[in-house]
Design a protein around this ligand. Structure first.
Ligand SMILES: Cc1cc2nc3c(=O)[nH]c(=O)nc-3n(C[C@H](O)[C@H](O)[C@H](O)COP(=O)(O)O)c2cc1C
Length: 169
């Protein structure tokens, strides 16, 4: 099925009751980032914040222009590369000239392993590329090691606080 280059934001907003369209995209090779993305979605829901979760490869990278709130959870593979399902987005954001994402609010959580020289490089790249295209960073990127389940809690709490502020604004 061809990926949609534009998102129908009105339709997507009908799936969530907040006034914010929050999308969680995961880049994952063996499931850790996907699982964590779903845990983050459940934690947000527990706080009354609805969001949509999907893999990067469920959306054409051009659809980033229609997104409003983007939370990225991604691992790193190879020698500091993107996992397969995030590689198209990685290239698009790296090489697109003149892409203007000033309307976009984002947060990045990277999963990796300090054993590798390019620790959490894919998360670092997404964070840098989005900022370079003018997107607004909602909170500092978190780079997690293999014991990520013990590391993401404070970052998630901060994310929840930021989103609650945006919803009540
Ligand atoms: C072959 C291989 C290459 C990896 N390369 C890197 C790397 O360059 N940098 C890094 O920080 N982690 C690297 N990792 C660690 C993974 O990013 C980490 O295990 C992550 O939790 C996997 O998440 P996933 O299941 O969502 O893909 C690598 C793991 C494997 C198996």
């Amino acid at each position: 099925m061809p990926l949609l280059k534009k998102l129908d934001t009105t339709l997507l907003k009908s799936f969530v009751s907040n006034n914010l369209l929050i999308q969680i995209l995961f880049g994952s090779q063996t499931g850790n980032a996907e699982n964590l993305a779903r845990v983050i979605q459940l934690n947000l829901l527990n706080e009354g914040i609805e969001s949509l979760v999907s893999g990067f490869d469920d959306h054409a990278p051009e659809s980033v222009s229609d997104m409003e709130y983007l939370i990225i959870v991604t691992s790193t593979y190879g020698d500091g590369e993107a996992p397969d399902n995030a590689s198209e987005w990685h290239s698009y954001l790296k090489f697109s000239e003149g892409l203007e994402l000033g309307h976009l609010n984002f947060a990045v959580l990277g999963l990796g392993d300090t054993y590798y020289p390019h620790f959490c490089q894919c998360g670092k790249d997404f964070d840098e590329f989005l900022s370079a295209h003018g997107a607004q960073r909602m909170l500092a990127r978190l780079d997690c090691d293999t014991y990520y389940e013990e590391q993401y809690g404070p970052w998630l709490n901060e994310l929840i606080a930021v989103l609650k502020n945006k919803i009540s604004a």
